[in-house]
Design a protein around this ligand. Structure first.
Ligand SMILES: Cc1cn([C@H]2C[C@H](O)[C@@H](COP(=O)(O)OP(=O)(O)OP(=O)(O)O)O2)c(=O)[nH]c1=O
Length: 197
């Protein structure tokens, strides 16, 4: 099987795949995400994921299958990663008591045959109505800082999220179900382990 390469510095994405025992190499794709503009959140997430994958393709000196992703949080506007604690406080205030969308765009590129797939998954997330004190306490945990939308559903953020509709793993950064479907359909590779022996 061709080497799988995850174009990501995100420890969450790496962990989601390593939890499945998928042998994967990671390569960092430093692109300037802020340069890429698109008012459509699905198209934006896909475009950024595609650029991350292309950057790694340029740096690669062997054949492989590159997977890249980008997670965008949308609540009547984009909520990127907070710049500081005040920014994080304002983001959680916007999300409080409301429904928003988490969209993860992903790109899969095979350098062996040039095949390229772009897709995305959307999850609706419903936040509890939070008091200013709860928001301040959440921000003080430091958890918001490296995450789109200023929260992590897999951490203390689990105490802010009332419910979701859709794929939980998509919110954490990689829609494993849809990614595997596209890998099976378009690349004839399954992330389910083979039966050994
Ligand atoms: C909403 C949400 C986001 N996040 C994270 C997932 C992503 O890592 C991050 C969104 O930023 P991304 O730009 O998608 O990813 P990244 O910069 O962390 O990594 P790379 O570009 O190298 O792949 O926010 C959570 O961990 N939990 C959540 O609940």
């Amino acid at each position: 099987m061709l080497q799988l390469i995850l174009a990501s510095k995100s420890p969450r994405r790496r962990e989601l795949l390593s939890n499945l025992g998928v042998p994967i190499k990671t390569m960092v794709s430093n692109i300037n995400e802020e340069e890429i503009k698109n008012p459509n959140p699905v198209k934006l997430a896909q475009e950024i994921a595609y650029r991350k994958a292309l950057k790694v393709k340029e740096d690669l000196d062997e054949d492989g299958i590159i997977i890249a992703a980008d997670t965008v949080v949308y609540c009547n506007g984009f909520l990127a990663k907070p710049k500081d604690k005040e920014d994080a406080y304002n983001m959680i205030t916007i999300l409080s008591g409301k429904k928003h969308q988490v969209i993860t765009g992903f790109a899969i590129i095979s350098t062996a045959n040039g095949k390229e797939v772009l897709d995305s998954e959307t999850t609706n997330v419903y936040f509890k109505k939070l008091s200013p004190e709860e928001i301040a306490r959440y921000v003080a945990t430091g958890e918001p800082m490296d995450k789109a939308g200023g929260y992590g559903i897999q951490g203390y953020g689990s105490l802010l999220v009332e419910r979701i509709e859709g794929d939980y793993f998509n919110v954490v950064g990689l829609p494993l179900f849809k990614l595997n479907n596209r890998m099976e359909k378009d690349f004839k590779i399954s992330l389910l382990p083979r039966i050994s022996g």
